[in-house]
Design a protein around this ligand. Structure first.
Ligand SMILES: *Cc1c(COP(=O)(O)O)cnc(C)c1O
Length: 413
């Protein structure tokens, strides 16, 4: 039986790293009547959101908006730029990097996958899943590719499965140092609008993002941010593309329209989300997620548990992965927290299933939301019989109290 009203009284804590909670302001904006997508009002909306989303990606080049989840935009990035049998170089930072690799293989591309080299703890049975991309490995591999068989380097900016970011500017430098023409493609599906992402300054050719993470929207739209080089390459790329093809979309977008029916109401939401983010300023947005990440990590340390990310230089401002003590099933703990305290946490994905859970601190959040979510975690872990060193909730409270926010959380709702 479908029951869409299954939440107990009070508000549900949606603390998974996407979909993230949708602010009331955005929900209200999306409740406006759907308009004619070929009519005069729509063109103005289209032009507005297309201009705003460029600011969010920090780019002056076209951004494509698809009526699809992030996975669709992954496919679009590849099928617009690659030809059958082309090689793409990828880096296994976690589950999402692995899924993108599988998709590339299904599309008929050859995939070469690098993974972390070094004394990483293999605690999780997933070596390399606690670290970011090593750009020097990419540089070495590209230098050896003297025939330029590698057509793209694909990396994930914020690995949502682990809570680890990667240094995208360093990957750009690696490609430049190798004097290699490969395109740089970046999945910032969960990074955008919570973690700093600079499309033009970092020299990214194709970026992929989605609506339901940092942008605070429901799932359903996704993005490709382009570079002039990517657009040029797409003109001779030979993988079949029709629905995803950039050329017709770019042409119609010039007047604010789309070649097929866009997700009108999600675009109302996008308009509102961009207004909120840009009014506050991206620097303030990024700073607040860094701060929340630090508070949540203070809690994990106080509990005496390990953070999935083993390198402090690349801690994610979007989410924190919490490793469970040996022998504890993380999903059983999540189940208790969900059933007893009405709080959803992210499950361990792929190789870390059952070993860890994930706490989201992306999108629409505040100090007390996180303190409450952490108290749900703390109560649930105690009920599951986990021996915690100290109270993580108190540690997070201390952190938030002693580290005032960069700018006040805006009051307007
Ligand atoms: C959520 C996510 C995806 C998948 O996006 P969908 O919208 O679920 O298709 C891919 N990569 C990363 C890094 C993600 O966080």
């Amino acid at each position: 039986m479908l029951n869409l009203d299954f939440h107990p009284i009070g508000r549900h804590f949606l603390q998974i790293p996407g979909p993230s909670p949708v602010p009331d302001r955005i929900l209200r904006a999306m409740s406006l009547p759907t308009i004619d997508h070929r009519g005069p009002e729509f063109g103005a909306l289209g032009l507005k959101v297309l201009a705003d989303i460029q600011k969010i990606f920090q780019t002056r080049h076209p951004v494509i908006i698809y009526p699809a989840s992030g996975t669709g935009a992954w496919e679009a990035a590849l099928c617009n730029t690659m030809s059958p049998g082309d090689t793409v170089l990828m880096f296994e930072t976690g589950h999402f990097a692995s899924l993108w690799q599988k998709m590339a293989a299904r599309l008929g591309l050859k995939t070469e996958v690098l993974s972390y080299q070094g004394s990483d703890s293999v605690l999780t049975g997933a070596p390399g899943w606690r670290q970011g991309v090593q750009a020097d490995q990419i540089e070495t591999r590209l230098k050896a590719d003297t025939q330029h068989g590698i057509k793209a380097v694909c990396v994930v900016h914020n690995e949502t499965s682990t809570g680890v970011t990667s240094d995208i500017a360093a990957v750009r430098r690696a490609i430049d140092n190798a004097k290699h023409p490969a395109l740089l493609m970046v999945d910032t599906i969960s990074g955008l609008a919570s973690a700093d992402y600079q499309h033009d300054a970092w020299g990214v050719d194709v970026a992929i993002s989605g609506s339901q993470k940092g942008l605070m929207l429901p799932p359903g739209i996704s993005f490709n941010a382009l570079s002039p080089k990517a657009i040029e390459v797409s003109k001779s790329a030979k993988l079949p593309k029709a629905f995803w093809a950039w050329d017709e979309i770019i042409e119609l977008n010039k007047t604010g329209y789309f070649p097929y029916t866009p997700s009108t109401n999600l675009l109302y939401g996008l308009n509102e989300a961009c207004d909120m983010l840009l009014a506050q300023g991206l620097d303030a947005v990024f700073a607040r997620h860094q701060r929340w990440g630090a508070g949540v990590r203070a809690a994990v340390r106080a509990w005496g548990l390990e953070i999935q990310c083993a390198d402090p230089a690349v801690y994610s401002p979007v989410l924190t992965g919490v490793l469970m003590p040996e022998g504890v099933d993380a999903d059983a703990v999540r189940k208790i927290i969900y059933e007893r305290f009405d709080c959803s946490l992210g499950t361990g994905l792929g190789k870390v299933k059952g070993r860890m859970f994930r706490i989201g601190h992306l999108g629409d959040c505040n100090d007390l939301t996180l303190v409450a979510a952490l108290s749900g975690c703390e109560m649930g872990m105690k009920l599951a019989g986990i021996k915690l060193a100290e109270s993580g909730v108190l540690a997070a409270m201390d952190y938030f109290a002693n580290h005032p926010a960069f700018v006040p959380v805006p009051r307007a709702r």
